[in-house]
Ligand binder design. Structure first.
Ligand SMILES: Nc1ncnc2c1ncn2[C@@H]1O[C@H](COP(=O)(O)OP(=O)(O)OP(=O)(O)O)[C@@H](O)[C@H]1O
Length: 260
């Protein structure tokens, strides 16, 4: 379980996220929604144990995040793999485990190659394992990064904007892998997004963040006109299609000067 109580996160003395409280069960998926500069990445990095300038309580499986890092996989927004290094897809996946195990060499042990192959098959890319990573499409790269994040068998998967910069069909591919992860692996996930609509089928909880916590609850509880208009203005609208909630929101940009 992930627990935050009165969590305030700082850059130096500047508050980036203020007084956030929430709980997430170990098999639940949280969609972390908010406009530019709302503090989504900052909160995600704090949960990952990568940003420790905070006050309040933050516990990941009963421990401060820094002590739980071996069971957390974090996929940053802009993945900084130098694409001039001619790595194959399977090497990119296997390196995820090598980093975690503190090994930094390129002789990938055979058992690890097998695990990496299985992880690639799980995301539907087994046939591309020997291809250059740099030659893949955006959606395929994101699926490889999911395989790489899964190889260390995390209990918590943190994804920063996994759908940004993908075209609609690539989004569908990635969302179907996320749904499979949720169904078949059953771990906790926190996914930051500007647009919850493609992800509402897998989101158990949604947090609307705008430096402060605006709302936290089920999609039905959070995607309501009276809540989303607080952040996205009077033009935004929540709508129910079948059993699922969706929303129309514009992109709101916060600038430093506008913050409290
Ligand atoms: N390294 C940093 N040093 C100082 N301030 C930072 C740093 N990184 C982010 N901030 C500030 O913290 C606030 C929250 O930023 P953050 O990147 O977490 O927002 P976000 O919701 O992820 O935005 P986006 O959707 O644009 O990625 C912003 O005001 C940002 O300028």
């Amino acid at each position: 379980m992930i627990i935050a109580e009165n969590l305030t996160i700082y850059y130096d003395r500047q508050k980036a996220v203020e007084n956030v409280t929430f709980k997430l069960d170990s098999d639940q998926t949280l969609l972390l929604l908010g406009p530019n500069g709302a503090g989504k990445t900052t909160l995600l990095r704090a949960v990952a144990g990568l940003h420790q300038n905070y006050k309040g309580t933050l516990l990941v499986f009963g421990k401060p995040p820094i002590e739980s890092r071996n069971v957390i996989s974090y996929v940053p927004q802009s993945y900084s793999l130098n694409e001039r290094v001619p790595l194959t897809v399977i090497e990119v996946v296997a390196m995820g485990a090598l980093y975690k195990r503190g090994l930094m060499h390129f002789n990938i042990p055979r058992n690890l190659l097998r695990e990496a192959t299985e992880a690639l098959e799980f995301v539907g890319l087994g046939s591309l394992k020997d291809k250059r990573f740099s030659e893949l499409s955006g959606g395929q790269k994101q699926r490889v990064l999911l395989a790489r994040a899964l190889i260390s068998k995390p209990k918590l998967l943190l994804l920063d904007e996994p759908l940004s910069a993908l075209d609609p069909s690539a989004r569908v591919e990635v969302v179907s892998v996320l749904a499979k992860i949720k169904q078949e692996i059953g771990l906790a996930m926190i996914i930051t997004t500007h647009d919850p609509n493609p992800l509402t089928e897998i989101g158990d909880k949604i947090m609307l963040l705008n430096k402060e916590l605006i709302a936290f609850g089920s999609p039905e509880e959070v995607l309501r006109d009276e809540i989303i208009t607080k952040v996205y203005g009077s033009q935004s609208k929540a709508i129910k299609v079948g059993k699922r909630m969706y929303c129309f929101i514009g992109d709101v940009h916060l600038h430093r000067g506008e913050r409290k």
